[in-house]
Design a binder for this molecule. Structure first.
Ligand code: ZN
Length: 341
């Protein structure tokens, strides 16, 4: 098959479009012909490498997949050849205490497709059969690939972790990102009011289309000052963080007393300063978040395509993976960049 492979960590020049063997499946796995694979910031980190990554080379990136089942293992009962599917991007061992409790993302042996296993920048990919879900009616392959990782994560952050409630006010940072555009929609689904930030008025107009109630252009406005103005100095109930160092201090200050902050990443750096006075005087709650539960993705899928919508930025040929990586690195996108083999 054709695949985009890395032989060592580094810049986009390490992404090599070449031949690679088709994966061989076990009894509980399925082989999927990839129709579309969406990028995540994770892809850039895996490509660049670092202490957290211990990959077997050559490696194939790609965690967010839609496609057609072309082969199933002898023990597989939940899907069959010819089914149009999307894939949950992570899985646990299935038998430990955490997995049995449904907390697959707490499993000590948790795996992410394209990070801990060979990913989907390829014609074919294999996954455990329990990661295969039908594509919701009315969505094409490109749209379906734009769903899994960001909706799994944003759903876990807002529904399982901070338990968002009707009427609450939430600040969604960097609304143009995949998780940001998912968070706006989930917050609206639960009856919350959304203040969205983005770097341009063009991105903010798209955030408004997704349901954001109030908009802040952080390139020409201080987002903390704007949040205070827009909430009559109250602050917000929830901050949806994934930016990190450059926003962290102001994110904490944007919360009202008793407010909750949830974070799933730090694209601008993780060595952020936390002024503990704000945390204890205002009884702030800080939720860390890593991926999400497979059950949460399954729950979220019920709301597509009427109440939740995949947000597509651009679609490109798989061979142009380097161009796609650069688009993400420069934060030019609104929503998901999708590659098509
Ligand atoms: Zn487990």
């Amino acid at each position: 098959m054709r695949a985009v492979v890395i032989h060592e960590h580094g810049g986009v020049e390490k992404l090599s479009y070449e031949s690679h063997p088709v994966p061989t499946i076990a009894a509980d796995e399925v082989l999927v012909q990839v129709k579309a694979v969406a990028l995540n910031h994770l892809d850039l980190w895996v490509r660049q490498g670092g202490p957290a990554f211990n990959l077997t080379m050559p490696h194939i990136l790609g965690s967010d997949v839609s496609g057609v089942v072309v082969e199933v293992g002898s023990a597989v009962r939940n899907t069959g050849v010819g089914n149009k599917v999307l894939l949950a991007p992570g899985w646990g061992c299935g038998v430990c205490e955490q997995c049995l409790a449904g907390n697959d993302n707490y499993c000590g042996d948790y795996k992410i497709l394209g990070e801990n296993t060979l990913g989907a920048y390829a014609d074919y990919v294999k996954v455990p059969a329990s990661n295969v879900f039908p594509i919701p009616e009315g969505l094409d392959f490109d749209q379906a690939a734009a769903i899994p990782l960001v909706f799994l994560t944003a759903w876990h952050m807002l529904v399982d972790q901070v338990k968002i409630r009707p009427g609450e006010e939430i600040l969604v940072l960097a609304a143009g990102s995949g998780v940001g555009s998912a968070a706006i929609q989930i917050a609206k689904l639960f009856g919350a009011r959304v203040i969205a930030t983005a770097s341009s008025d063009e991105k903010l107009a798209k955030a408004a289309e997704l349901g954001a109630d109030k908009l802040v252009n952080y390139s020409d406005h201080d987002f903390l000052a704007e949040v205070r103005r827009l909430t009559d100095k109250r602050g917000v109930d929830i901050v949806f963080e994934h930016v990190g160092k450059s926003t962290w201090e102001k994110s904490l200050k944007a919360l009202k007393p008793g407010g909750r902050l949830v974070t799933c990443g730090a694209t601008t750096g993780y060595e952020a300063v936390t002024d503990l006075r704000y945390v204890f005087f205002k009884e702030l709650k800080i939720f860390g978040n890593f991926m999400g539960r497979k059950a949460g993705l399954r729950h979220a899928l019920q709301f597509f395509p009427d109440k939740l919508k995949p947000v597509l930025d651009t679609t490109m040929p798989l061979a142009d993976a380097a161009v796609a990586h650069q688009r993400l690195a420069k934060r030019e996108q609104f929503g998901k960049v999708v590659l098509v083999p």
